[in-house]
Design a protein around this ligand. Structure first.
Ligand SMILES: [Zn+2]
Ligand SMILES: [Zn+2]
Length: 148
């Protein structure tokens, strides 16, 4: 997991402007080891800085800017909603069960062959930041195949 300080250093080295909302969003993301929704980010900021209430739109814009810089991943996690996280090292991904909502974390290595093949066959360098793959978990599959 990247720290907010390393992200801020990177942004300043790139000559990007670090406004107050940008800094607050980065700090909120850096504090948490979880993926955060926009609502979670607003909550974190309000807890730490009572005078700063950032609107949904402001937080969303900052997140899109961080995503373009390759610093933040954005993933639709189904029931949980869209979540954001500082790009972790190594990357990871999720399997999400559509029936019970269970999530399983995947190692990034699983996608190495896919990245290689996309580059070889399509000349395309895929940026697979943080994937959510939907389906049925083992428990739900078992329950379906042998009803009680
Ligand atoms: Zn994740
Ligand atoms: Zn399930």
């Amino acid at each position: 997991m990247k720290t907010s300080d390393s992200v801020i250093d990177y942004i300043q080295a790139k000559g990007e402007r670090l406004t107050v909302p940008r800094r607050l969003v980065i700090e909120a993301l850096g504090q948490s080891h979880e993926h955060l929704t926009i609502g979670n980010i607003q909550q974190h900021i309000q807890e730490d800085h009572h005078d700063h209430l950032l609107s949904d739109t402001t937080v969303y814009r900052v997140l899109q800017w961080l995503k373009e810089l390759g610093l933040v991943s954005q993933t639709d996690m189904g029931q949980t909603g869209t979540v954001y996280a500082l790009m972790s090292n190594p990357h990871h991904h999720h399997l999400i069960c559509l029936t019970c909502g269970a999530t399983i974390t995947l190692e990034d290595e699983l996608f190495t062959p896919l990245r290689g093949q996309l580059l070889r066959d399509y000349g395309f360098e895929a940026r697979i930041d943080h994937m959510a793959i939907y389906g049925q978990c083992r428990n739900c599959l078992n329950r379906k195949s042998k009803p009680e």
